[in-house]
Write a protein that binds this ligand. Structure first.
Ligand SMILES: Nc1ncnc2c1ncn2[C@@H]1O[C@H](COP(=O)(O)OP(=O)(O)OP(=O)(O)O)[C@@H](O)[C@H]1O
Ligand SMILES: [Mg+2]
Length: 375
């Protein structure tokens, strides 16, 4: 085993002490120690700025400094290097003060020849232990900091999740309100108007003879037929019973046929893996609404008479794609607008089910709506 040389810095001006240290160090193994000696503290500090050493031996009565401040200044210059104080007096209280000030050990002059080597060894062992302790403490602090950061991140995530849920429920209420407004308007404008006309005609019939009332009665009958048709349509728009009774595929076939008849927009419908499969109500409704709203948008905004609907099912998800090659739009311009609820409502509906809605659109470049619903 190769013995390492211990680098010792001796700060001492008394020639007798310097000689004693020299002798003590060369007594056993010549190469065990390498010694650098300085007379004054300033010289010692200057040395420490340029070089390192393993242990410092210092006198507390130097030509330039006296007392315990010597230890503090050395400690500042080399915080991890053990300091052994060499003293003329055998003074216990001075020894205690020196250790309290940061010295590792206290040696009186007449102990130097027989005790210096072991004092240095002990000081080095203690310094190594301290170093290990320091490393362990640093590691612990690092881990605590890591955990704290991790916890903080989690709390932020939870808070963000809460905020999202809050915003979602608010949007949901808004969407519901918009649907109610739409329904109220339709009841008032369409149904209300037809009923008023019917009432007037029936009142007129009361004043007329049986013969004269034939024409207004005929008109009243037509108004009732129209009313029946409107109410049926409203109910279908609210929720087609075929969706509950026969499932998604049947409901979409029914809706697309009706949509084409009403709007003149031809729809290419391609589906894979559906085979009359049933899904939970929320999923079927969401998929149906995506197709319904997207096709309505094609008829209202795209300016073309062709659209495509693709439906794909695999083990984990149900994917819906509706696309047209119409005039398109800039999605960045829509998201903030409060007037429209179609796209936003769709997106929220999907989010609540853990799905996603992706809108690919650009002015002049058509629109592609991609919805993915987890199964
Ligand atoms: N297929 C499309 N082609 C062109 N523009 C579209 C298309 N789909 C949507 N847009 C544009 O995006 C806007 C937002 O659509 P959204 O469905 O959210 O609202 P809306 O259809 O105007 O009203 P509603 O709330 O009744 O659905 C539309 O006003 C339209 O400008
Ligand atoms: Mg719309």
């Amino acid at each position: 085993m190769v013995e390492q040389t211990t680098k010792v810095l001796l700060i001492e001006s008394d020639p007798n002490v310097i000689a004693a240290v020299h002798t003590a160090m060369t007594a056993g193994n010549e190469s065990a120690f390498s010694l650098n000696q300085k007379n004054k503290l300033e010289d010692g500090l200057e040395f420490l700025e340029r070089q390192t050493c393993d242990v410092i031996l210092v006198c507390l009565a130097l030509p330039d400094v006296q007392g315990l401040s010597t230890i503090a200044r050395l400690h500042d210059a080399a915080p991890r290097t053990p300091i052994i104080v060499l003293s003329h007096d055998n003074d216990d209280s001075a020894a205690v003060s020196a250790v309290q000030a940061g010295a590792q050990d206290f040696l009186i002059h007449k102990e130097i020849d027989h005790a210096l080597a072991s004092a240095i060894r002990h000081a080095l062992e203690r310094a190594a232990l301290l170093e290990e302790l320091r490393d362990a403490r640093d590691e612990l602090e690092r881990r605590v900091e890591e955990r704290t950061l991790e916890l903080r991140r989690r709390i932020e995530e939870i808070n963000a999740g809460r905020e999202r849920m809050r915003a979602l429920s608010q949007r949901l209420v808004e969407v519901q309100e918009a649907e109610r407004r739409h329904l109220a308007r339709e009841l008032h404008d369409e149904i209300g108007q037809l009923l008023t006309g019917l009432k007037l005609r029936l009142a007129l019939c009361q004043q007329l003879s049986l013969e004269e009332s034939a024409e207004p009665l005929n008109q009243a009958q037509q108004a009732v037929n129209e009313l029946l048709k409107r109410v049926r349509e409203m109910s279908l728009n609210l929720r087609p019973s075929v969706l509950d009774d026969l499932g998604l595929l049947a409901a979409l076939n029914w809706h697309i046929e009706r949509f084409t008849a009403q709007t003149g927009v031809a729809v290419k419908f391609v589906h894979r893996g559906l085979d009359n499969r049933r899904f939970v109500t929320g999923t079927e409704t969401a998929a149906f609404r995506v197709v319904q709203e997207s096709l309505t948008n094609v008829a209202r905004h795209a300016g073309v008479f062709e659209a495509s609907v693709f439906l794909t099912v695999n083990e984990t998800s149900l994917q819906v794609r509706v696309e047209d090659r119409g005039q398109g739009f800039d999605p960045g311009n829509v998201s903030g607008a409060h007037a429209s609820t179609g796209l936003a409502g769709m997106s929220e509906r999907l989010m609540l089910l853990g799905g996603t809605l992706d809108i690919e659109a650009a002015p002049g470049n058509g629109v592609r709506i991609n919805a993915c619903l987890p199964l």
